[in-house]
Design a protein around this ligand. Structure first.
Ligand code: OGA
Ligand code: MN
Length: 299
């Protein structure tokens, strides 16, 4: 009796946790889901972690509202999805990113600049697809935002693949795209990579049709790093890549994220493309996002 009583008295009531199945609601008919019922400043229980992982698998992009995580907390949360990526490519100013870093439109003195620091972010891409083991997911937290705009667009490469004509599906099956940092810099009009960067990240071939390891679904693995197609004349490969990109980024495959302060957003680079939208007065307003990336596996 006594011991039972003691046990009951010493057990704190479990903090209220939202029902896992109702935690996230879809953001659009295409991709993405959101919640305002999570506080990531404290550790999550195992059932909630499982619900977040399941929602990520099903929706490919999650928005967790009203967060203000410091670097440490953001790192810890991202780590639930896999090892954190380190960054080896030099930025235009010669520096390299920390594991948790910021992306901004600010110059060294902290003033907004009209020309974005990383202009390639405005082209459709999937993060680090030029590496043998590209990024699994990218996580951003909105710290400072312009009054309007500064959106990010996402395109669903699974839906885009499914919508291809059967003949195109047959044509692209088994193809490999050569992904190249040097090509991307040319394609986006950015400064060429250094010799050191080229040596550290030589071009790599990845399947054009990528099979998701968790859902088993096929998607198009393309974007600004995709230089050409292995075994095809360069012109023919480029034409096919441009045709596929135009198809895959039609409005019907897109979700556009309009940021709110405190949004923590993360997406699956294995099956989505994304790009920043320059729809704000960049020389006037600040846009600051914290960023951390989870390392993935060979596609
Ligand atoms: C990124 C990225 C887009 C944005 O962080 O990888 O592409 O809208 N960001 O800032
Ligand atoms: Mn990116």
């Amino acid at each position: 009796m006594d011991s039972l009583h003691a046990q009951t008295a010493s057990t704190n009531p479990a903090p209220p946790q939202p029902e896992p199945s109702s935690l996230f609601r879809p953001l659009s008919g295409v991709l993405g889901a959101e919640t305002d019922a999570l506080d990531l400043s404290r550790p999550l229980d195992a059932a909630t972690v499982e619900a977040v992982r399941a929602a990520f698998r099903d929706h490919h992009l999650l928005v967790i509202r009203n967060q203000s995580l410091d670097k440490e907390r953001m790192y810890r949360f991202a780590e639930l999805f896999g090892p954190i990526e380190s960054h080896m490519i030099r930025l235009a100013d010669g520096s390299k990113w920390d594991a948790v870093h910021t992306i901004t439109n600010l110059d060294a003195a902290g003033n907004p600049v009209a020309k974005p620091f990383i202009s390639s972010n405005y082209f459709w891409h999937t993060d680090k697809s030029f590496l043998p083991e590209p990024s699994l997911l990218t996580m951003l937290q909105a710290v400072e935002l312009p009054p309007n705009g500064g959106d990010t667009q996402f395109a669903d490469m699974t839906k885009a693949y499914d919508a291809l004509p059967d003949a195109t599906k047959r044509r692209v099956e088994g193809m490999k795209t050569v992904q190249s940092l040097e090509f991307m810099r040319r394609y986006t009009g950015s400064a060429p990579p250094t010799e050191e960067d080229i040596a550290a990240a030589p071009p790599v071939a990845h399947p054009l049709v990528r099979v998701h390891p968790e859902t088993g679904r096929r998607s198009l693995y393309i974007g600004m790093y995709s230089s050409h197609i292995e075994g095809l004349p360069e012109e023919e490969g480029r034409a096919l890549l441009e045709e596929l990109l135009a198809h895959a980024t039609q409005e019907r495959f897109l979700y556009v994220h309009t940021w709110r302060l405190g949004d923590l957003v993360f997406w699956d680079n294995r099956c989505l493309l994304h790009r920043a939208v320059a729809n704000f007065e960049m020389g006037k307003h600040r846009r600051v996002l914290m960023r951390v990336v989870v390392k993935g596996e060979a596609p």
